[in-house]
Every structure is written in C-alpha cells, then in structure tokens.
Design a binder for this molecule. Sequence first.
Ligand code: HAM
Length: 434
Amino acid sequence: MKFQIPKGLFDILPYGMNEKWKCIDYWQYVESVIHETAHIFGFKEIRTPIFEKAELFDRGVGATSDIISKEMYIFKDKADRSLALRPEGTSSVMRSYVENPQNFSKTPKLYYIAPMFRYERPQAGRYRQHHQFGAEVIGIETPEQDAEIIAMLWQFFERLNLKNLELNLNSIGDAGCREKYKSALIQFLSPNFAKLSKESQIRFEKNPLRILDSKDQNDKELLKKAPSILDFLSSSSSDHFKQVCSLLEQIKIPYVVNSNIVRGLDYYNRTVFEILCTDLGAQSAIGAGGRYDGFTEVFGGKPQPGIGFGSGIERIIHTMISQGFQPPENTSPFIYLIPLDQKSSDFCFLLMNTLRKLKVPVDMDLEFKKIASSLQKANQLKAKFSLVIGSNEIESNTAKLKNMLSRTEETVSLNQLEKIIKDHWKKNEIQRLS
Ligand code: HAM
C-alpha cells in the first residue's frame, strides 16, 4: 500500500518540479533573509518545542477564538496528559520567558522560524501545517517599539522584493475601551441580527468584535455603518496610536487605517496590524500582529508589555512566484566528475576529496554509468562544469573540462586540475556575490 500525506500537509522538496513553491531553494532563500533581517534589527532566535500543554494555548489564545474552539490538534500522551501541537508562537515564547526569566535580557527581542498546526479547511495559502517567521519583543511599551516591529516586517518584505503590499493598521485600545465599544457595536447590530451571516450570529453571542472580521459580503455591507473602535479609544491609547502612525510616516512606510482589523486571537490590545498582498486570493494576509500588553500575567509572570508579528512563509513564497522571483540555486555542484573505469574513479575520488576541502562544491558519478546518462545527471544537478576521465585521459595526462551552460570545452592538464577548477570557482563566486 502506498501512503499518502495527510490532508493540508506538504513536503518541501529538493527540486519541486511541478510545484515550484515546495522547492527548498525558495525556503532556504527566505530563511536566509529572515536571519539577515532579524540580525540587522538586533533580534535573537528562540526555538520552543512543537507541542506544549494544551491548556497553555487555551489560556493564551482564548477559548472563544477559532484556533482554540475548532482548530487545535490535541492528543493525550501515555500518561494521559493533554498536549497540543503548537497553533501559534506567541504563547510558547511567553511561557518560556516567564518560566526562566534569567535566560532572557530585561527587554528581549526574539524571533523564530517554526511550523504551526491548525485544523483548518485546506485551500491555496491555507494549510494544516504552515510555517511562520515570528517576532516578539517583551518589556517595551513605547510607540517606537510598535514602529520598529512593523518596520522589521516591512523591510523583510522589501528585501524579498515583494510588491503590491498594503499595511492595514488599527488600535483596539485597552480592555476599558473595548468594553464600551462592544456595547455600542451590540446596540448597532441587535436590530440587524437576522440579517447577519450564521457565523456572525454565533460570534454575536461569543465575541461580537470578531464580527468585524467577517468575510461575508452582506455582513461587510452592514458593517460599513457600524461605529468605529477608534472613536472609543482612551486618550492614552489614542495618543499612542497617533504616535505610531506619525513614526511610520517619518520612516516612509505607507499604511491605511482600517478600524475593522480586530485579529482572531484574544491577547491583543492597542496597536494591531495586517500586511496584505493584493496579488493573493482569499488568503491574502502575509503577516499580522500587534501589541499584547500584560500577556505575561496569563502565564504566571509579572505583567509586561509586549508586541510581535507572525508571517506565513508559504504565502510569502506564493507571492514571490506570482511576481516572477527566482531564488539563487546554491546547492548545485560546481563540477561533476565522471570516471569511466576503476583507475579513473580512484583519480576522481581523490580529486573530489581535495576540492571539497578547498570548499568547492563537487559531486561525482560513483556508479560508472554510460557517459550519456552521467552527463544527463550533471545536467539535472545543474552542475556548472563536468569532467570525463577515462584511460585515455589518464594516459595523455589531459582531460576536457566542459562548461555545461555554454557547451564549450577547455583542454586541461591533470596536474593543473585542482588549480584550474579552484580559479574557475573563485571567479564564479565573485560574480555570484557581486
Ligand atoms: P495569525 O494571524 O494567526 O497570528 O498568523 C500569522 C500569519 O501566519 C498569517 O498572517 C498568515 O500569513 C500565516 N498563517 C496563519 N494560518 C495559516 C495557515 N493555516 N496556512 C498558511 N499560513 C497561515 C499569529 O499566529 C500570532 N501569533 C502572530 C503574532 C505574534 N502576534 C503577536 N506576535
């Protein structure tokens, strides 16, 4: 019986022949830009386990959220403990910080690249295992911190050359502002309850603010006349928001204020944001986050301010592909050696060993196949050069170094091979890095 991968999951593959977005070259490239951007912004990487106690997310994300009420992968271990595959990163990072504060600086700036698991209905851009670039800053309350975290996400997308992005920004104030707003929203929606979509009617009972997130066209129309949360902000939340907007303007990050952004996780307060790519279909959010002041208290710590974001790597790669970006292929061998008999194989094996010590990526046919199929393999591996060595080459002490792209050949002495290949490699590296 052939096994099939579970629904909503995918392999990340060495070539990704038919589905480019699964090709490892994209993933490694995006990951390298994540590390580079995080380093420039002074963030340190954190890695937390893939599963945690289920209760951590119940308390962290909120029992009425879709993630907790419908989407968590929960299982019992042999000791009957209830564990959950991590649906998001912020709760785990807060748990780690509160559990061992001595392992962190006073105001840590943290980032992660990690798989997340949600039992959602799979579709393009929505998976049951997805990967996030996430960042969290704990302990800093100023609007400058909000602007810095948004700037990091924005610059990351700029480094990837992504186009057609829209930063949507909102403030949902503190708990007091939200209580007042909730009453006003309920008052506005009550006479229209029957017109709301089924989903929004359920949200009306459980968490009315989430109705603002509705994708239903009728709901959207109705909500156009709804009161705006921005009119219910306390003066400190309002000043904070204005300052965030002003800082973004100063560093020339374009944004639109969208008072319908409330986010689907319960821990947010004040600044919230989403970055959408208008080229993507329904699943257009390529990054989102916000402030979560006091969240550490939920995990037994002293209340601390915090802010962060999560950005879906699958959606980023879909965007790169739809916008025509080709990642660099850095895993191809520079040269592929093709020996034709045992003696030539001994020669090639030693040459390969020396070249690898000189850091030249080299590979070799270890099976003595026919020249045609070995050259085909060199082509498939996208080697820049190939070198065929047989008894004639060993006898004459010369061989033909073939440039696989231009199809030109250069006759080289076997004694000089190491030096010649190394020189070609250096030239290639200079070109690649320039
Ligand atoms: P989130 O909005 O649930 O936030 O997810 C963050 C990003 O992950 C989304 O904007 C999207 O790009 C991607 N994403 C989410 N679900 C899926 C899925 N099923 N398939 C593919 N991509 C997906 C959080 O998770 C928060 N922890 C973010 C945060 C960090 N807020 C503060 N700090």
